[in-house]
Design a binder for this molecule. Structure first.
Ligand SMILES: [Zn+2]
Length: 359
């Protein structure tokens, strides 16, 4: 019998949903406190950082600092500052987000958790933003697979369908190149529809390959406006140590990489891996998941937040050998380290970030 993947083993299932469902609200608050400070009695004050057993304001579930007399709660200085949901609901949402291997749509789980769609959407995005803020940007080295994928900004199909003639069908059956098809009339996109292409973003993923044949061990994704050398090369130079081996496809943007790297490429119109074994399959594997998330899980991503989504799937790929409990704890740690949300605090009141993360 072949070896079962890690996500089907008992070691993976070390945190079932019941562990959260059975908590009282008080216990959920304690779990939050423990994840944040490792203690429910001694903690650093968020404003002056003095570690002490601060005065307890029991009726308000707050503490008052013994040194600067500032009141604070467990959510002060975290993305869940001014939360409206109960701690238990927040923990459930974090569990839903981290335990779903292919992503969890707010639309799919808000009613199940008894919250509005907007509450689920905002809280999922706060988790995504925390993972993004705390991502490991240490440059990659060794063997790195690199590729670009186009996301967001999809025009609707034109009203008229492409003219299909028997010659086109025949060529398709014989697997001939599209350029050999005798010219049928191509329907043009209306201006409002063509403008959607302006929202297109390119994810450039760099996947570092492990030495024991275990696939990608760590990845970094950057977001660019185009897949051209002027956008792609600075990104690769930022995130891959010079002198490393870089494998790409034969795209124009990558042709100058041999100036800084041991560069090799595979011609995708001919093969997925060349005779020397050169491929960029680990980058392609990341895109297969992100593509399915775009179509099948989220049914579209807004370009303003694309960097968060792209990084979410890097996190999922990097955590694939970790158990449910480890994923949950890792997300919790990043949430508490990341500070108040920049993009989502005051979102309901109309606050927007005003820029998008590129690079
Ligand atoms: Zn203080």
């Amino acid at each position: 019998m072949s070896k079962r993947p890690f996500c089907q083993t008992k070691a993976y299932r070390n945190l079932a949903e019941d562990a959260i469902t059975n908590l009282t609200e008080q216990q959920a608050r304690e779990q939050f406190t423990l994840f944040r400070w490792g203690s429910t009695t001694v903690m650093p004050c968020p404003s002056c950082n003095e570690i002490d057993e601060h005065y307890i304001r029991r009726s308000r579930n707050q503490w008052r600092c013994k040194h600067c007399f500032t009141d604070f709660s467990v959510t002060t200085g975290t993305p869940f500052l001014h939360r409206k949901l109960s701690f238990k609901k927040i923990l459930h949402l974090i569990y839903d987000f981290t335990s779903s291997p292919k992503g969890c749509a707010a639309n799919e789980n808000h009613a199940k958790r008894g919250v509005t769609l907007r509450a689920a959407f905002l809280n999922f995005h706060k988790i995504r933003e925390a993972l993004f803020e705390m991502r490991d940007q240490t440059p990659l080295s060794g063997l790195v697979h690199v590729d670009g994928g186009h996301f967001c900004g999809k025009p609707r199909r034109p009203r008229q369908r492409k003219q299909v003639t028997s010659a086109i069908v025949n060529n398709k059956l014989r697997n001939r190149k599209a350029s050999m098809i005798p010219g049928g009339q191509t329907p043009t996109l209306e201006p409002w529809n063509r403008d959607k292409l302006l929202n297109r973003r390119i994810a450039i993923v760099m996947a570092q390959i492990g030495e024991k044949g275990e696939g990608a061990t760590r990845s970094i994704v950057g977001v660019a406006m185009s897949e051209s050398a002027k956008d792609v090369i600075p990104l690769i130079k930022k995130y891959v140590v010079p002198g490393s081996t870089v494998w790409t496809d034969n795209g124009q943007a990558y042709s100058r990489l041999s100036t800084w790297y041991e560069h090799d490429s595979v011609t995708h119109s001919k093969e997925y891996s060349n005779d020397k074994g050169v491929n960029n399959n680990q980058a392609e594997s990341y895109f297969s998941r992100l593509r399915r998330a775009e179509y099948g899980v989220y049914h579209g991503m807004r370009h303003q937040y694309f960097a968060f989504y792209a990084n979410e799937y890097v996190w999922r790929a990097d955590m694939k050998k970790k158990s449910l409990g480890e994923k949950y704890a890792d997300a919790m740690e990043k949430i508490f380290k990341s500070g108040p949300s920049k993009s989502w605090r005051g979102y309901v009141q109309g606050h927007r970030l005003g820029f998008e993360y590129l690079g």
